[in-house]
Design a protein around this ligand. Structure first.
Ligand code: LIP
Length: 262
């Protein structure tokens, strides 16, 4: 049975394969496939997913994989599952913004135990394995942050598109109205994976996503936890497979936000 650090090594190589495909696709014409209201994936998203799937299919054929673009494949009885977002921040990527990355996690019984987020434009690779700490380009990561909300920079998810978007965005605006007078600044980076990694690196002090997919935040969750950050859903329940929201921050800010948003 492979150890978590072995799986971490495999995940890092898999993410590198994905980044090679992205680099090959930079600067050339792209085709996009619509995914409903104002949402899409590029041909590079699919190509990255295929390259990572092929690599993991060779290295760990016994472990199934859930990918954002092509869904689930493999043995559903396994306690383990790879969870992949080939390009988190696709809209940013398509618009030429450098804020995007390959996000790959290994889940064990519904909880992320290994995570890698590789941001090629800044050459930053965030990684972690449960019980082994978090790192940025092999340098140990330890989140540090304020204890007072008025000193906190809070990263939030994009406004919703698609079904019920108006209803959800009204709720989101109400939440913002409550938060804006209380926090130092709000940031909307357009990539949940980098939101979480920047939190682990102390570049933001909290992350709030009211509606998020597992593949967007699974890797970032174990990176944050190994950097000393609390990661729950918006009800304060530990984040894991099945949750639809994220609230991540150091203990003091997490408690204050749970109260504000409750
Ligand atoms: C994106 C997330 C972002 C969220 C967007 C979208 P994608 O993921 O990273 O934080 O606000 O709605 O879900 O689609 O680029 O993989």
């Amino acid at each position: 049975m492979m150890e978590l650090l072995d799986y971490l090594g495999t995940a890092e190589h898999a993410a590198e394969r994905g980044v090679e495909v992205i680099r090959a696709g930079l600067g050339r014409e792209r085709s996009i496939s619509g995914k409903g209201d104002r949402d899409f994936a590029t041909d590079v998203d699919y190509a990255v997913e295929d390259a990572v799937r092929a690599f993991l299919g060779q290295e760990t054929p016994e472990i199934p994989l859930l990918g954002e673009e092509r869904g689930r494949s493999g043995d559903s009885e396994s306690h383990y599952e790879w969870v992949l977002d080939p390009i988190d921040g696709t809209i940013n990527f398509a618009h030429g913004s450098p804020l995007f990355g390959v996000s790959l996690a290994l889940m064990r019984n519904g909880m992320p135990v290994v995570g890698v987020v590789y941001a090629p434009m800044s050459e930053e690779r965030f990684s972690a394995a449960l019980g082994h700490g978090a790192a940025l380009n092999k340098q140990a990561l330890r989140a540090s942050g304020p204890s007072d909300l008025s000193e906190a920079v809070v990263a939030m998810g994009d406004f919703s598109v698609g079904l019920d978007a108006d209803k959800r965005n009204l709720r989101r605006l109400a939440g913002l109205q409550r938060l804006v007078p209380k926090v130092q600044r709000i940031r909307m980076l357009g990539t949940a994976a980098l939101d979480m990694c920047w939190l682990a690196a102390g570049r933001v002090d909290a992350v709030i996503h009211e509606r998020i997919n597992l593949w967007d935040v699974a890797a970032g969750t174990v990176i944050c936890r190994e950097a000393g950050v609390l990661v729950t859903d918006l009800d304060g329940v530990d984040y894991g497979d099945g949750a639809v929201s994220v609230l991540a921050a150091g203990p003091d800010i997490h408690r204050a936000l749970l109260t504000e948003l409750g």
